[in-house]
Design a protein around this ligand. Structure first.
Ligand SMILES: *Cc1c(COP(=O)(O)O)cnc(C)c1O
Length: 460
């Protein structure tokens, strides 16, 4: 008998993962197989497919966490079985969620940090929707009490992330997106008056506009809403979409007033899995005070014999991300967050200076006073022999994922490129990127080829 066919007990004599039956064909795509397969082989084959994805360490398009400390990996593994909704079975995970809510409320200067309400979510999208629902419910209660119609609610915002378009469509609210003014990359306070009315459930201001990384002028927006109230009696609450900025501004711009220090701010959402540095799958929403969350949005689940209020779109949800968020808050403290994000802002500043020195570019945001990222545009697209889509395409050949896309309504003819610098994207890597941009510009200038005119949008 050939040696490779001899069996020792039930064990395969030769178990190289690339020579097992499952490895002999392309992996099934439409029907699940009938037979069981070797765990190591399946794992190896799926691993190999995953290597065809873009390299997350070179993905400069995403705001989300792509690197975590080994301790986070260990905790995530330990929490594989934690279900966020099972408050009774996993009371300590529920307690940890509460601690995070209170720490964030405090970080965002809530007047009632220890008693305010909030919760974890799957991300800022769910968190924003919960904030939006509370706005809608409060507006409707108020209107009903006044005997007025409640069938045409609207929400006013600048160029928002797609989650607000979803909120509006899913929950029957008209989204009034204020077009960008020339030279602006977000909502400007003086634009509000033309868009709000008695059916406005709230205004959303964005701390860290996705397109450009700048902060909208939240304090000015709040002050304008104060003036509108004085003039017209309309008392319009403000929700802050601080998906990215909520975990940046408290550390890098502590004096910037954008949070509960402004009395008009009713609620704030942020993504734990962006600059909160938790792994993917956690966001947060916090209300200024418990009375701003209408009771009939809250469901009660059993909790240690008592009941625990919950407000969420999901039921079962993993607990590991919440635990990892708590780890980050404890591990880094305010000092650590300031150091990590400060280093990112410094690297962004370096990239912005280099870009500005290359010739064809105008920097829109240099990583200072906003998110640690850089956005830029072509100074004169008409006379430049390439587009930012060409540049993005060239960089992709070296593995860099740098998106190019048009600005939203009002400035659609302006195309921008954007790089996000976050934990795990070090100074050296950003310097290497700058070298590659310089080389790409030289290539594109010497041999302008057929141009790339658009790109699948991967900037959200
Ligand atoms: C990323 C982002 C969102 C959506 O957040 P997720 O956590 O990805 O759901 C909403 N608003 C802004 C401003 C964002 O940057």
């Amino acid at each position: 008998m050939a040696l490779h066919r001899t069996h020792r007990g039930d064990a395969e004599p030769f178990d190289d993962v690339y020579a097992l039956p499952i490895s002999e064909h392309a992996l099934p795509k439409y029907r699940m197989p009938q037979r069981v397969s070797d765990a190591r082989a399946v794992r190896a084959l799926i691993h190999d497919e995953l290597t065809l994805d873009g390299n997350a360490a070179q993905n400069l398009a995403t705001f989300c966490t792509t690197w975590a400390e080994p301790e986070v990996h260990a905790l995530m593994d330990e929490c594989l079985d934690k279900n966020m909704i099972d408050k009774d079975e996993y009371p300590q995970t529920a307690e940890i969620e509460n601690r995070c809510v209170h720490m964030l409320a405090d970080l965002w200067n809530s007047p009632q940090g220890t008693s305010t309400v909030g919760c974890s979510t799957t991300g800022s999208s769910e968190a924003g929707m919960l904030g939006g629902l509370a706005l809608k419910w409060r507006w409707r209660e108020r209107r009903r009490a006044e005997g007025k119609s409640t069938d045409r609610p609207n929400l006013v915002a600048g160029p928002v992330q797609v989650c607000w378009e979803k909120f509006a469509r899913y929950f029957d609210v008209e989204l009034r997106q204020v077009p960008l003014e020339k030279g602006a990359s977000g909502l400007r306070a003086h634009q509000l008056r033309d868009h709000v009315d008695e059916n406005t459930i709230g205004v959303v201001a964005i701390l860290g506009v996705t397109y450009t990384c700048v902060y909208e002028p939240v304090a000015e927006i709040a002050a304008e809403l104060d003036r509108i109230q004085q003039d017209s009696g309309l008392d319009i609450p403000l929700h802050i979409d601080a998906a990215s900025g909520g975990f940046v501004a408290p550390f890098l711009q502590p004096d910037l007033e954008w949070d509960f220090r402004l009395p008009r701010v009713a609620s704030i959402n942020a993504s734990g899995h962006k600059y909160g540095m938790a792994p993917l799958g956690v966001g947060w929403v916090v209300w200024r005070s418990a009375d701003l969350l209408p009771e009939d949005l809250v469901f009660r689940v059993d909790y240690l014999g008592g009941d625990m209020p919950t407000f969420a779109l999901n039921f079962s949800r993993p607990g590991g991300e919440v635990v990892a968020q708590y780890y980050n808050l404890l591990r880094l403290g305010r000092e650590g967050y300031a150091k990590v994000h400060g280093a990112c802002a410094d690297s962004a500043g370096m990239l912005a200076r280099k870009l500005a020195g290359m010739g064809p570019f105008t920097v829109l945001h240099d990583g200072q006073g906003g998110l640690p990222g850089v956005s830029w545009t072509l100074t004169d697209p008409a006379t430049t022999p390439f587009t930012l889509y060409d540049l993005s395409d060239q960089l992709r050949r070296r593995g860099w994922q740098v998106p190019a896309y048009p600005l939203p309504a009002g400035r659609q003819d302006t195309v921008v490129a954007r790089v996000l610098v976050r934990h795990g994207i070090g100074y050296d890597k950003v310097a290497l990127l700058a070298d590659d941009i310089r080389a790409a510009v030289a290539r594109l200038t010497e041999a302008p080829g057929p141009h790339v005119t658009e790109q699948p949008s991967f900037h959200h």
